[in-house]
Design a protein. Structure first.
Length: 430
């Protein structure tokens, strides 16, 4: 009988050790470039996923492709002569790469201006430089809205191309700060984050810009992300969140142990931030509070970029390091700490009917008397109605939303209870 106990205990211990060994981050160091730029891979500052392919760009001018979910990497930057790969963007079966700085390397025949935009349609086998018209070829970010590509430069503002990058034109009307660090879009709206000028918004495809910094103390922007109806901005102060489409901002740092935000990744309805110093944080309540993701195996707390490929989350760090872990593990470990708190607080139910025309019912449950606010937002994040507000008793509550005054489309309703927020989507069809 004793021996049986020993066997059972051994199996149990093995299972615990197995869990500890395999439920953790893994690291791959990008290989030296075979024809390279005279430098080993530096800080990994850009990641992009395209189907089964994952791309990584580094400070040092190295660009890599992995087609096996990050297990192995191949250098594909022959023909891209730059000191830094700052941004990677997939658009219409092509890869656009933003470059910053020049390479002078006689050994490899690389001279002159290497900054600008490079494009490949064959996964990096051949490259074409597509920078015609750029007043500043130091490109920091590439994004697109509909069929138009937008790029942000270090000193010449925003440029756009309607012809697949063959030529570029400025889009700087109203943009009073031309040091562009990030571009984001939702619907017909564009957001630009600048280095020193804060946030600018355009509702006419970049035809004009309006500065929108209400509530922002530090106008040096690192990143912007959108998960309607919310807009998020990260800088050295932490995370700013807007609930009105970017027209006003509130600092939402509860739970963050470092406030230097490098990058966002939206996994709706959750959002992640990569920081300088303390790794990865996750919010399950639209940024109202943050929890440190499980760091088992992660030895670098500096996360500069994030991407999902297949079922894994990838994080770019220093010294050519690409860290990865199954996405479900990260979300699950945070939810295990979070859901008991939520379950004991409130629950927001899906509206009924959905889709609706013109009226729908929204219900929510409170486990105890709570101060609440229930708002409705349009697809651009603009608040259009307040359905309930104030102290309410425990139990089930129900309100109606009448959409007869609003056009067909996607809307969001949000219940806020103290520091906790829950948001759901509903569709009005007329």
């Amino acid at each position: 009988m004793k021996n049986k106990h020993i066997v059972v205990m051994s199996v149990l211990v093995f299972g615990l050790n197995y869990h500890a060994a395999f439920c953790q981050w893994s690291k791959v160091i990008l290989p030296p470039p075979p024809y390279g730029h005279g430098a080993l891979p530096g800080r990994v500052v850009s990641l992009a996923s395209d189907g089964n392919d994952l791309y990584a760009g580094t400070l040092g001018g190295n660009l890599y492709l992995s087609s096996d979910n990050g297990a192995t990497w191949t250098c594909i930057d022959s023909g891209v002569t730059t000191s830094d790969i700052t941004t990677i963007h997939v658009f219409k079966n092509a890869l656009f790469v933003g470059a910053y700085g020049n390479i002078e390397n006689a050994t490899y025949g690389m001279h002159g201006s290497g900054s600008g935009i490079y494009m490949t349609s064959d996964k990096g086998k051949t490259w074409q430089k597509v920078s015609a018209g750029l007043a500043d070829s130091n490109v920091y970010v590439i994004n697109h809205l509909d069929s138009t590509i937008f790029v942000g430069t270090w000193s010449a503002g925003v440029y756009y191309s309607d012809n697949y990058g063959k030529s570029w034109s400025p889009a700087n009307n109203g943009l009073t700060n031309l040091a562009v660090r990030t571009i984001a879009s939702v619907g017909n709206r564009l957001y630009v984050g600048t280095w020193g000028g804060g946030v600018f918004i355009s509702d006419d495809h970049g035809g004009s810009w309006a500065q929108s910094n209400t509530g922002i103390n530090n106008p040096f922007v690192n990143s912007i992300a959108i998960d309607s109806p919310y807009v998020y901005m990260g800088n050295t102060e932490g995370v700013y969140r807007s609930t009105d489409g970017g027209f006003s901002w509130d600092l939402t740092n509860k739970g963050l142990t470092t406030t230097y935000i490098n990058t966002f990744l939206v996994i709706h309805p959750d959002i992640m931030v990569g920081t300088s110093g303390n790794g990865l944080f996750v919010s399950l309540n639209q940024g109202s509070s943050w929890q440190l993701a499980d760091t088992s195996g992660l030895t670098d707390g500096y996360i500069y970029c994030l991407a999902v490929n297949g079922s894994r989350l990838f994080a770019g760090a220093n010294n050519g390091e690409v860290w990865s872990r199954p996405l479900r593990e990260i979300i699950t470990t945070v939810k295990e700490r979070w859901e008991p708190v939520i379950a004991n607080s409130f629950h927001l139910h899906q509206n009924y009917p959905n889709p609706f025309n013109p009226e729908t019912k929204i219900s929510y449950s409170l486990s105890s008397p709570q101060q609440i606010t229930l708002n409705v937002y349009d697809g651009l994040g603009r608040e259009i109605a307040t359905l309930a507000q104030g102290m309410q008793a425990a139990g089930l509550h129900e309100v109606s939303f009448d959409g007869s005054r609003y056009p067909s489309g996607v809307y969001f309703y949000q219940l806020r209870v103290g520091d906790y927020v829950s948001t759901r989507k509903m569709t009005l069809i007329k």
